[in-house]
Design a protein around this ligand. Structure first.
Ligand code: BGN
Length: 394
């Protein structure tokens, strides 16, 4: 049993300890220590949240237009312009991507005042180290194109590139041919400027991280390594679809892309095989950086699955030198230098050739004086006499 005296002793001891603790707590250092631990706790919590969002693909990342206005304040032109730094100071990592309704091309134009005719851009305050052309095969996807342009322009500006955007629009209603449109894009872009890198870009893929630089490597690069539709993973090792980057030399080494894949599927695998047949290999950014969000859509009309793709793929080794950049035939219907991109509408013919029309097609119209194509949409039937005719004889 405790005596009254020892009770008081314990009470005094308890109060004493309380006083010491209070004195310690009131010291300045205590405050710092507590906030330090709180910060650690918060950090772990937010990292976990970030990681969670990364795997679910939920909205994280910065506004792609953030800080861009700072750039246009620099001095312009002049011979004394310094070279841009190796790593752009505007690169910030993850970008927030969403697809709000009501976005217009006029709004995209308003947000990109430094982009000039034909969708060209140069950094205003330094001489770019890289010249990159973006080639986008297209038909009836104006809605997707609008979103891609909204994100791609500021994305490329953040990377301080000298760039140009080319939309290669397939005229007519015949089955879509993605790879042949890329061949057209390559030749037409190179005709205009000595680009040192070409990005072959699907219209419905939006990059989600600006560390995924749109410059070329020493070997062909597959940039779209992690797409949301494949759970931000590579679907298979040899996958080369979505977005790829090649220098003109890479492109010619593999004889460009195949011209005879009409409809969906297989052409990207053929291109992947051509990379190794051309004596090169595929490089890729990391899974963290090569992230893309795909704009959801239904299957396109005029782009049915190509049933011949398995047979064709089995023969790439025999066909790659006989079909590609050295045999591509097409006719330019129109070339328009629009405010946000260069729109090239092209007749790429059909499986039967450039001038042989499918039996269901109506007879050709008389020559038109001016190309009818004033919008991004191609005419249902390209005029019989066209402005330019391209047949390679190499
Ligand atoms: C593959 C397609 C690719 C397509 C990817 C992703 C073929 C060829 C038969 C082996 N390849 O299966 O073209 O990009 O899926 O959708 O169909």
């Amino acid at each position: 049993m405790f005596s009254i005296q020892s009770k008081w002793r314990y009470l005094f001891m308890f109060l004493g300890i309380q006083l010491v603790v209070m004195a310690l707590l009131s010291r300045e250092g205590y405050h710092k220590r507590v906030t330090y631990f709180i910060r650690i706790f918060r950090k772990t919590e937010s990292t976990v949240l970030m990681a969670r969002n990364h795997t679910t693909g939920a909205a994280v990342g910065a506004d792609v237009y953030a800080n861009l206005s700072r750039m246009s304040k620099g001095h312009n032109g002049g011979d004394d312009m310094p070279f841009c730094p190796k790593t752009s100071p505007y690169i910030g990592g993850p970008i927030h991507v969403s697809f709000p309704s009501g976005l217009t091309l006029a709004e995209v134009q308003r947000k990109n005042p430094t982009v000039v005719r034909g969708g060209r851009y140069r950094p205003p305050d330094c001489e770019a180290l890289h010249r990159t052309a973006i080639i986008i095969p297209h038909r009836n996807r104006e809605h997707h194109l609008k979103f891609l342009l909204y994100y791609l322009h500021p994305f490329l500006q953040r990377q301080q590139l000298n760039y140009g955007i080319y939309v290669i629009h397939q005229a007519g209603n015949y089955t879509f041919n993605r790879a042949k449109l890329m061949n057209v894009g390559f030749r037409e872009a190179m005709r205009e400027e000595d680009w040192d890198c070409l990005f072959f870009h699907d219209v419905d893929l939006i990059p989600e991280d600006d560390r995924n630089t749109y410059t070329c490597d020493s070997n062909p690069k597959h940039a779209a390594i992690a797409m949301d539709k494949f759970g931000y993973k590579l679907p298979y090792k040899m996958y080369f679809g979505g977005v790829s980057a090649l220098t003109p030399l890479h492109y010619l080494k593999m004889n460009g892309f195949p011209n005879n894949y009409w409809g969906w599927g297989g052409e990207d695998d053929d291109i992947g095989v051509r990379v190794s047949l051309g004596g090169m290999y595929i490089t890729r950014p990391s899974l963290k950086v090569g992230r893309y969000k795909m704009i959801k859509h239904k299957l396109d009309k005029g782009n049915d699955v190509n049933p011949k793709r398995f047979n064709m793929l089995a023969k790439t080794r025999q066909t790659w030198k006989l079909d590609g950049m050295n045999t591509v035939e097409y006719e330019i219907v129109s070339r328009e230098y629009l405010p946000l991109y260069t729109n090239i509408t092209v007749n790429i013919g059909t499986e039967a050739g450039l001038h042989v029309r499918p039996p269901t097609a109506p007879p050709p119209k008389p020559p038109a004086e001016k190309p009818a194509n004033k919008t991004a949409k191609g005419p249902a039937n390209p005029p019989a006499k066209l402005k330019e005719d391209h047949k390679t004889t190499q």
